[in-house]
Design a protein around this ligand. Structure first.
Ligand code: ADP
Ligand code: MG
Length: 250
């Protein structure tokens, strides 16, 4: 699905990502772990088109997407979420789902909703989709709450919901477990697994919670100091000396 080929990024004198190569196989939930400052988010930002790499290439389904901006990637089915959710805090959960630009559908749902009386058939389908997404994530009970009032975990679920409103099938998740309580962590894990198994989503996930990584991701890639230092299933990485030293605390 994604091929990262010899990608590097320098910020002035600092080399944040050094010659990193790996692939995200279609249908996988691929993990990316490593200590703070390892270069994980910088790598995500380059794949997601926030800025181009200093050198190297990124391919999506075999096509060169190096340096393409976020909205172009969105139309090719690739989206990312952020470590800190970017919800519209003064809109309700339902409204947050409706304002997602619908990609290939090319509709502005919020305007459709404002002129409720004249909802077109396509808009109607989208309103049904919102209900379906709310039900899938089991957040129907907070549909009319302001998004700003949600807990950290509920915001992460809303983030997944916004992803589901697009036609994207390649999703980059930056720390879906950060700041989430145990109960909701289980729900987020389940939602990601079901999207992967039942709906064919491919994920690449940055995460610090090793239980979540073990449950979700295979393979897992490890970065430290900008470099890729190891790759494999989590069970193997736990026994890898270099990984233990760099990340798992010996
Ligand atoms: P991680 O996500 O693995 O914690 P980051 O990719 O955020 O790591 O950061 C890697 C390194 O690049 C860090 O040293 C960080 O300070 C630096 N860095 C990240 N973004 C920028 C930027 N926009 N300008 C300058 N330095 C940056
Ligand atoms: Mg980061």
């Amino acid at each position: 699905m994604i091929q990262i080929q010899n990608v590097s990024k320098s910020f002035g004198g600092l080399q944040a990502v050094k010659d990193v190569s790996f692939e995200v196989a279609k249908g996988s939930v691929t993990g990316l772990i490593g200590p703070n400052g390892a270069g994980k988010s910088t790598l995500f930002n380059m794949v997601a088109g926030l800025f181009p790499p200093t050198s190297g290439r990124v391919l999506l389904e075999g096509k060169d997407i190096t340096g393409l901006p976020t909205h172009r990637l969105f139309h090719r089915g690739l989206v990312r979420t952020f470590q800190v959710p970017h919800e519209f805090s003064r809109m309700t959960v339902r409204e947050n789902l409706m304002v997602v630009p619908a990609g290939q559908r090319g509709e502005n749902l919020f305007h459709a909703w404002l002129r409720w009386g004249k909802v077109k058939e396509q808009d109607r389908q989208t309103l049904e989709k919102v209900d379906e997404v709310l039900a899938f994530l089991e957040i129907t009970h907070v549909a009319d709450e302001l998004a700003g009032n949600l807990s950290g975990g509920q915001k992460k679920l809303l983030d997944l919901g916004r992803t589901m409103m697009t036609d994207a099938r390649m999703v980059l998740l930056d720390e879906p477990g950060a700041g989430v309580n145990r109960t909701l962590l289980g729900k987020i894990r389940e939602a990601i697994q079901r999207l992967n198994r039942e709906r064919g989503y491919t994920f690449c996930v940055i995460e610090h919670d090793m239980d979540l990584v073990s449950a979700l991701c295979d393979p897992v890639h490890v970065m430290a100091n900008g470099e890729l230092i190891a790759s494999g299933p989590m069970s193997e990485l736990r026994r890898n000396e270099q990984v233990r030293e760099a990340y798992l605390g010996g």
